[in-house]
Design a protein around this ligand. Structure first.
Ligand code: HEM
Length: 162
């Protein structure tokens, strides 16, 4: 019995937890929602990061942000509940899994990186909104964002093998 996992025994015992373990289709269907969720989330984030890195300079950064942010938020509202539902099937195993712990840390780092960008260098966007290269700090945030989300996806996929 994993000591830490023990504290999630209540979740494992819920109707949701036992349903996710016993039903043939519930877990795979929920995992499909998880995948569709991060396609929206990470897909929208990547399109914005590529704009910051200099692609499609004719498209205003602010318009891209307005258009893409809503899809990344939609993605979050799919990927997190679906993730928690899958987590409820084997919370003890997942919470003691180093790859799962790393995945959550990377998601937190990606969130902090986005928050620092939006409250920091993005405040000067009027100076580089179109037909201009974004400041090197903005490009650094974009490259870090892409690396972090790729690492999150890699951890998510490797969960099945660890
Ligand atoms: C927010 C961004 C997230 C991304 C990009 C992401 C990505 C992934 C990926 C790529 C997989 C593998 C899917 C597959 O190969 O079928 C996965 C599986 C999984 N994720 Fe996430 N995930 C995210 C958030 C979460 C959260 C917040 C949780 C729960 C707290 C979570 C829990 C899980 C679980 C339990 C699995 C299933 C592992 C398995 O049975 O193979 N994920 N995730």
């Amino acid at each position: 019995m994993q000591p830490m996992g023990g504290s999630f025994g209540w979740l494992e015992a819920t109707a949701l937890g036992s349903g996710m373990r016993s039903s043939l289709w519930m877990y795979p269907i929920v995992e499909i929602f998880h995948i569709v969720g991060f396609v929206f989330l990470v897909g929208a984030v990547f399109m914005f990061d590529l704009r910051l890195l200099g692609l499609s300079k004719n498209l205003p950064v602010t318009a891209m942000a307005r258009h893409l942010l809503r899809w990344s938020v939609l993605g979050l509202f799919l990927v997190v509940p679906a993730g928690l539902m899958m987590f409820s099937a084997h919370p003890g195993d997942f919470i003691s899994n180093r790859v799962f712990q790393l995945k959550l840390l990377l998601i937190l780092a990606a969130g902090i990186n986005a928050a620092i960008f939006h409250t920091g260098v993005y405040q000067t966007v009027d100076g580089w909104n179109t037909q201009a290269s974004a400041p090197s700090l903005a490009r650094f945030h974009a490259a870090l964002s892409m690396a972090l989300w790729i690492a999150v996806i890699a951890c998510g996929r490797l969960l099945a093998y660890t």
